[in-house]
Design a protein around this ligand. Sequence first.
Ligand code: NAD
Ligand code: DAU
Length: 351
Amino acid sequence: MLNFKKILVTGGAGFIGSHVVRRFVLNYKQYHIYNLDTLTYAGNLENLKDVEKCSNYTFVKGDINDIEFVNELFMKFNFDGVIHLAAESHVDRSIANPLTFVKTNVIGTMNLLNAANDLWKKDYTNKRFYHISTDEVYGSLGEKGLFTELSPFAPNSPYSASKASSNHFVRAYGETYGLPYVITNCSNNYGPNHFPEKLIPLFINNIMNNKSLPVYGDGNYTRDWLYVEDHAKAIDLVFHKGKNHETYNVGGFNEWRNIELVKVLCKLMDKKLKRPSGSSEALITFVKDRPGHDLRYAIDATKINEELGWKPEVTFEEGLEKTVNWYLENQEWLNNVVCGDYLNYYKKQYQ
Ligand code: NAD
Ligand code: DAU
């Protein structure tokens, strides 16, 4: 198991990043965790209120696209580990503004790779660059089959193309310069602190507000859902015990067609809100499909299971209930993010 002193987590104020930061700050008191985040619409320091005063945690506001800032940061703090999550992460936004995705997801990743490599190249011992990638780089599956680590890349959206590109650059830095890296490609996460532009939190928020539930196309698209804390556990394990220059797929063994998932969510929301059965389902509206919409994602997570002993621990039933409870108990968090820019985005996307 590798040991670290100073770990840079990028994008730690976002959905997955905040769960990773909390896990590392609380479980590894011997490490100092630096959370670098520029706080886009998706970054929210409220996500980390409970750990912000911990002595082994520092928040740094900054942009991974700013090359000078990134270089200075690496020189100043001398990180020995990087867990890179910062990204533009929403497919629909990438269709509207692809260049933003190239900047952050490709150039931003390049800036981090260069800074890490410059700092570490004299001695790569006990150093690690961990890139958090996605199953979307593999493109779309048909009705059958699973993505393995050997599946070819075939990204279909500007988001997944930008993530495929950064994924390739990380690998190339390993092959060309010897940079010690690990990569994971994970399926759809869900859980607390998820920004309400993504399917599950968007629909929870809309049901709470009696707004329509915009299901794209015929709703027969399939995703493999993983509770966010199970992903954070996988990240912890791969960071400490994964083999250099290896990729691990991470998934929930939990495939759902969108329309079936939405119906389960509607039933749960009716129960939680004590509304007559069928009230939430009546909000379902089939809307224009997402361009380039991938039919199905499903992960074969055998490698991480057999080599590192990881498997998802939270069942979908438990995870969905925990998620819904969190949104019902954190309406202030929701109200704070669904204002201003969000309303403009919503209008443009769903008008
Ligand atoms: P998110 O959008 O919730 O959070 C992204 C974070 O990155 C935000 O805090 C944002 O402020 C920060 N950020 C964006 N641009 C930045 C910049 N230029 N400089 C510094 N910080 C910046 O995303 P998420 O859903 O938590 O995803 C995190 C990572 O995991 C991403 O790399 C994403 O591609 C990957 N991933 C996500 C999922 C998923 O289901 N959400 C699944 C697999 C992989
Ligand atoms: O697979 C991993 C990826 O999962 C991550 O890399 C991305 O960062 C993350 O956003 C997520 O991408 P998806 O596009 O799968 O997630 P999203 O929640 O946007 O959509 C899930 C499914 O629901 C997809 O088939 C599109 C559909 N959908 C989504 C929205 C927002 C709808 O039908 N209506 C909607 O309004």
